[in-house]
Ligand binder design. Structure first.
Ligand SMILES: Cc1cc2nc3c(=O)[nH]c(=O)nc-3n(C[C@H](O)[C@H](O)[C@H](O)COP(=O)(O)OP(=O)(O)OC[C@H]3O[C@@H](n4cnc5c(N)ncnc54)[C@H](O)[C@@H]3O)c2cc1C
Length: 492
């Protein structure tokens, strides 16, 4: 280090999953890292009871795992010690919950159910174990002077207001980011926030008691369970204690129609009869009325940075609806990509006077390269809601999926299902999106051909009994619909 050089300091606001991972990456690079978190330390038993009284899980997939692995500390293995692989969707069709399994990938690829709180705690511990990371809890950022690198924070316990200083301020403070609010005063930041009409409520399916008296899963744990009901849906992910965390997504207007226990049970009897048996009426009633009804917000902001002074990552930059299971995975990818740009632009852990422009260039490149990918995944996440609650039950969709899987097996380099590109690869989201559209036309044509061929074969074979004719008619209808869609696309 020359005489004038000093170690770079960074203030990370927010010790959520993205902030904690960013702390590990920058500490690995030799920076002095200080993380400020408004909440108390979740790892202390007295706080755990206050802030986390139920198990909330997330789907962790390739992008998230790649970023965890990129720390060089085997954090992917640490997190996966308690992760549960899910190889497909299990659809609960109709009121009786007729089960249909749909694999996520043709080669047995899995997404993984992980406990959100445990993952966050493990990452904070991993960060704190590095001697150049300090985490200060109970401190909320109020505002930041980005030119001076000053943060004004409130101690949530004493209400004292304190100032801190850092060369770089990173906002990992979630959808309602205070860092983003400050950033807006320094750059012409395009910003949008939109609530979808749907909210969510967390419920659960407890473990059942097995023949040997030990707890057992009440449903297949290798699947993400979905009850698609067109306008709303319910999903369930497995937990290591053999319970499932269930999330009911539906318009707030529907939540507001459920006033009492009778309304709730009628609603569940009508739409989720098989789930009531698994949840138990008492637990369902208790959790439904106790647990909050969360809203789902989409946040769009651009640019993500200001000179070499500030950048926002994770939900602070791109909160998306949770239907592709990518919010956190994408936030982890933000961290990995920023880190790779710090290498590409040769940003050192020390800064030599004001002439060092490397960090400003790296942050600018981040905004340039990441914008189209973040836009793409936010759109895909919204699109997937329609697919999960409605599309998965349509014959056209099912036929298209089958054809797509066959073609992927036959010509893996030519046809790759969208879900595979998004969840099981690190391919840029925008590239996955563009490729999906390109493949779409030929898939529709192939789907129509297969559908027509199958339906014609069935008819010619003279399957004339009522039930079989009904199936054939269904297939024909699907084939014609697909053909019509293809023709429409061709005209466009
Ligand atoms: C119902 C639901 C299901 C989801 N499922 C998935 C899934 O399956 N897979 C997936 O990848 N993603 C999923 N997500 C999205 C995922 O939860 C988020 O994308 C992820 O938590 C974002 O991490 P983050 O660190 O950017 O923000 P957050 O998790 O919001 O963390 C921000 C942190 O900043 C702190 N903070 C806020 N303001 C301040 C301040 N002023 N000063 C100091 N600290 C502050 C907060 O206390 C918090 O600890 C889901 C989201 C929801 C709502």
């Amino acid at each position: 280090m020359t005489k004038a050089a000093k170690t770079r300091s960074v203030a990370i606001v927010g010790a959520g999953p993205v902030g904690a991972l960013m702390a590990v990456y920058l500490a690995n690079r030799g920076w002095n890292v200080h993380v400020y978190e408004t909440r108390p330390d979740m790892r202390l038993p007295e706080n755990k009871a206050k802030i986390q009284n139920r198990s909330i899980n997330l789907a962790l997939s390739t992008r998230g795992l790649t970023a965890l692995k990129g720390t060089g500390l085997a954090l992917d293995e640490l997190i996966m010690k308690s992760g549960l692989p899910m190889r497909g969707r299990m659809l609960h069709i109709g009121n009786e919950g007729h089960l249909v399994s749909q694999d996520y990938g043709v080669h047995g690829e899995c997404i993984n159910s992980v406990d959100r709180a445990k993952l966050n705690e493990d990452l904070i511990t991993a960060a704190e174990e590095l001697n150049n990371v300090k985490v200060t809890f109970n401190h909320a950022l109020k505002r930041a002077d980005l030119d001076k690198g000053t943060l004004t924070l409130e101690n949530k316990e004493t209400k004292e207001v304190v100032d801190a200083h850092a060369d770089l301020i990173i906002g990992c403070d979630g959808a309602y980011s205070s860092v983003r609010n400050s950033l807006m005063r320094y750059v012409r930041l395009d910003f949008g926030q939109e609530y979808i009409p749907h909210g969510y409520c967390e419920l659960s399916i407890p473990a059942k008691v097995g023949a040997d008296g030990k707890p057992e899963f009440a449903m297949d744990p290798e699947h993400l369970h979905i009850w698609p009901r067109h306008k709303f849906m319910m999903i369930a992910l497995p937990n290591p204690d053999k319970s499932f965390t269930v999330t009911l997504f539906m318009p707030f207007a529907n939540f507001e129609m459920i006033h009492n226990e009778g309304d709730l049970l009628n609603f569940f009897e009508q739409y989720f009869a098989d789930a009531i048996k698994l949840m138990g009426k008492d637990l369902l009633i208790k959790e439904y009325f106790k647990n909050p009804k969360g809203s789902l917000v989409m946040v769009r902001a651009n640019p993500y940075h200001y000179k070499d002074r500030c950048i926002i990552l994770g939900d602070a930059a791109h909160s998306m609806v949770p239907f592709y299971g990518q919010g956190m995975n994408c936030g982890f990818e933000d961290v990995r990509i920023l880190d790779s740009l710090l290498s590409e632009f040769n940003v050192k852990s020390t800064k030599e006077g004001e002439s060092d422009n490397s960090l400003a260039l790296a942050l600018e490149a981040y905004t340039d390269r990441r914008t189209k990918d973040l836009k793409a995944i936010c759109e895909l996440a919204l699109y997937n809601y329609t697919e999960m609650r409605h599309g998965v039950t349509s014959p056209v969709y099912l036929m298209r999926k089958k054809v797509e899987s066959w073609l992927h097996l036959l010509v893996p380099s030519r046809v790759i299902p969208l879900y595979t590109m998004v969840s099981f690869s690190n391919r840029p989201y925008s590239e996955a999106y563009a490729r999906h559209h390109k493949q779409g036309f030929w898939l529709s044509v192939a789907g129509a051909a297969v559908g027509l061929g199958t339906a014609a074969g069935l008819l010619v074979a003279g399957w004339k009994q009522r039930r079989q004719l009904k199936d054939a008619a269904g297939l024909l209808k699907a084939a014609f619909l697909t053909a019509a869609q293809s023709a429409q696309k061709l005209v466009q």
